[in-house]
Design a protein around this ligand. Structure first.
Ligand code: ADP
Ligand code: MG
Ligand code: MG
Length: 248
């Protein structure tokens, strides 16, 4: 049984079609990588799966865990276990990182939080991500460096334990050490039941991760799907040859 099925999705932003008949299927336990030229629609795909209302689905359907979620609101999708780590995480003045995590976790589980267990888990996870504990008490992303924002996203993923995590260029702008820490965080999250969709240009973050499928998104569609060997091929030759192949 599949966890996520995106079938024939056409989606538009401000009246302009960005996705034009996109199909993608993800089963529990799998890791999928999405690569593709800038402006191809990769972030649009993430937003559409999460149900960001700025992105309109004009045709096709999205099912998750056996339910049709095409018309569902973002918060309902989050409760089902979909997590999207934004390419550019927003700053939220007035809400500390710890508050944000506590509120999100309570909203998603629908159960009152066990405060001590939560704080212990938070501390442990921040340590693993080499984040200073003090960040828990700072306003979410406010004054965080690029790398710290990305670590905060991985921290959210580890605390919320979604069934599907979509990571959108979580490695962009990170130095080598931060990429290693983020990559370890991703490995820590992954298990046999959950799934990962990683949007990236960078093969480095994928080191040590078992990748099942690599998809190339261009012109609003998946134009090519292969195994992990595609990552190396694309780093070497770019998308050009694949795009030409798809156009024939
Ligand atoms: P990628 O992530 O592959 O670089 P995006 O999905 O961000 O591509 O963008 C695909 C196209 O959709 C681009 O032309 C971009 O300008 C447009 N687009 C994406 N999001 C928005 C938005 N919120 N408002 C207006 N245009 C958008
Ligand atoms: Mg881009
Ligand atoms: Mg993008």
């Amino acid at each position: 049984k599949n966890l996520l099925e995106v079938s024939g999705v056409h989606a538009s932003v401000e009246g302009k079609e960005i996705l034009s008949g996109l199909n993608l299927t993800v089963a529990p336990g799998e890791t999928h990588v999405i690569m593709g030229p800038n402006g191809a629609g990769k972030s649009t795909l993430g937003n559409v799966i999460l149900g960001n209302p700025e992105y309109q689905v004009d045709a096709g359907s999205i099912t998750f865990d056996g339910a049709d979620i095409t018309a569902e609101k973002t918060d309902a999708r989050a409760r089902r276990g979909i997590f999207y780590s934004f390419q550019s995480p927003e700053e939220v003045p007035g809400v500390t990182l710890e508050d944000f995590l506590r509120v999100s976790k309570t909203a998603i589980t629908g159960k009152p939080l066990k405060v001590f267990a939560f704080q212990k888990e938070l501390k442990k996870t921040m340590e693993a991500l080499q984040m200073d504990e003090a960040y828990a008490h700072r306003y979410l992303n406010v004054g965080f460096s690029g790398g710290e924002k990305k670590k905060a996203e991985i921290l959210q993923m580890l605390i919320l334990q979604p069934k599907l995590a979509i990571l959108d260029e979580t490695d962009s702008g990170l130095d080598v050490d931060a990429v290693r820490v983020v990559s370890e965080g991703i490995r820590r999250y992954k298990n046999k039941e959950n799934a990962l969709l990683i949007i990236t240009h960078n093969a480095k973050i994928l080191e040590g991760l078992h990748v099942d499928y690599v998809h190339v998104l261009a012109d609003g569609k998946i134009i090519h799907t292969g195994g992990p060997e595609l990552i190396e091929e694309i780093s070497r030759e770019g998308f050009h040859r694949l795009e030409e192949g798809a156009a024939q």
